[in-house]
Design a protein around this ligand. Structure first.
Ligand code: C2E
Ligand code: SIN
Ligand code: SIN
Ligand code: SIN
Ligand code: SIN
Ligand code: FE
Ligand code: FE
Length: 360
């Protein structure tokens, strides 16, 4: 037992740090498989909207989803009590259909409830086929201990994901609001974030940077909120003073965002300010050149121009992808950072998948 306890404690750190429930669950299943010396472990979570129990990735099987009151896991879920089944085929609660479908032979089963921090049952932790002999009461205690831990971690992970996705949607919807008067779609905003993040990822930036960019790039035109409709929605070309006013959307956005201490909003402020600067110094508002322009703005500029060109605007029809790419290729080293533009071209296939997945 002390040997097992050591293994448990040594994995506990990495498990506690993992906040992504989809990565957490395989880690927990591995740990349980290792500690209990069984063939398979699965974690079933309750889906309250469908009243089913479903597995995320588990050992040796594809996703399983069963009614919340069915089978051994259903019995454990309903009662909140652990269940040790020495001979699966002799137990009426055991559902042989899964074995039939997969060709697997279940001998014995240990299943315990997963509970959240308030003691509510949120799922079932199941171990199948003890490698040598049968499950003991010690195994049951161990799996219960692990289940307490797993339940709390999964709850925290799911909550974290929920907050993150609410945050993402808030960012996207508010960024979209700035351009709402345009026929620009919500998906335009989503695409810019995903394309910018793709370029960053393929250029070797880490996951956190790419995530921040995915959130920050959609805010690049938030300063358009300060541009009068008559200019923003003008069907034709912008003249003299109109163009000077339009160009101010960069500085307006920067002013809106710049005072935040939040790293992501600071990045968004820099992007807003510099996303129309050009590599050769001919852009606005300041005519910065080359690496004086922050990298996140250089990346966003590629995503923005590509998406603007291939989308319909009040002042122009949509260009074809080929026309947009030809145009952009000619501006390598002029408008665009040549290295980043090369990364964009190297990964066009994925760019086009993003466009397909998030159409106007
Ligand atoms: P946007 O529509 O989001 O366009 C972003 C950038 O994509 C443009 O930045 C430009 O670099 C590129 N782009 C978009 N459409 C075209 C095009 O038809 N031809 C070329 N060569 N490039 C294009 P830019 O030029 O700094 O414009 C910034 C914003 O100013 C645009 O954002 C749009 O809201 C507005 N704008 C630009 N030109 C006009 C215009 O002629 N009429 C009106 N009503 N608005 C304009
Ligand atoms: C959404 O907020 O609707 C999803 C956007 C995304 O996938 O980034
Ligand atoms: C525009 O349509 O006015 C923008 C042309 C450019 O990219 O300079
Ligand atoms: C500004 O002066 O508004 C911008 C400062 C900078 O990032 O260059
Ligand atoms: C898009 O940019 O995904 C759509 C282009 C279009 O407006 O046809
Ligand atoms: Fe802009
Ligand atoms: Fe834009």
């Amino acid at each position: 037992m002390s040997d097992k306890l050591k293994r448990l404690l040594s994995s506990a750190g990495s498990i506690a740090r993992e906040r992504n429930a989809e990565k957490l669950i395989p880690l927990l299943a591995d740990l349980a498989k290792d500690l209990l010396e069984v063939d398979r472990c699965s974690l079933f979570l309750h889906d309250s909207s469908k009243d089913t129990l479903y597995t995320m990735v588990a050992h040796g099987n594809v996703k399983i989803e069963v009614p919340a009151n069915a089978g051994v896991v259903g019995a454990v879920f309903a009662s909140g009590e652990p269940l040790l089944i020495h001979d699966a085929y002799a137990d009426p609660r055991f559902n042989k259909e899964v074995d039939k479908a997969t060709g697997y032979i279940t001998r014995n089963i240990l299943a315990v409830p997963l509970t959240d921090s308030r003691g509510r049952v949120i799922g079932v932790f199941q171990a199948i086929n003890k490698l040598s002999g049968d499950f003991s009461l010690e195994d049951m205690e161990l799996l219960q201990l692990l289940a307490t831990y797993a339940g709390n971690s999964i709850e925290a992970g799911l909550l974290y994901q929920k907050i993150r996705s609410a945050y993402r949607e808030t960012v996207m919807r508010l960024s979209h609001a700035a351009e709402y008067k345009d026929p620009e779609t919500y998906n335009h905003i989503v695409r810019i974030g995903l394309i910018a993040s793709l370029i960053a990822q393929k250029s070797g930036y880490d996951e956190e940077y790419c995530y921040n960019l995915q959130m920050a790039a959609p805010m690049h035109d938030i300063g358009k909120i300060g541009v009068p409709d008559a200019i923003l929605l003008k069907k034709g070309k912008l003249e003299g003073e109109e163009w000077e006013i339009m160009k101010r959307h960069t500085i307006i956005g920067y002013e809106i965002l710049k005072d935040s201490e939040n790293e992501l909003l600071q990045m968004a402020a820099r992007i807003s300010l510099e996303h129309h600067e050009r590599w050769d110094g001919t852009g606005y508002p300041y005519g910065k050149r080359g690496e004086e322009i922050c990298v996140e703005a250089r990346i966003t500029s590629i995503a923005d121009v590509f998406d603007a060109l291939t989308s319909k605007r009040p002042y122009k029809p949509a260009w074809s992808v080929e026309e947009a790419l030809d145009y952009m290729r000619r501006l390598s080293g002029k408008h665009f950072d040549p290295e980043l533009l090369e990364v964009f071209f190297q990964n066009l296939e994925e760019v086009l998948i993003i466009k397909e997945k998030y159409p106007d």
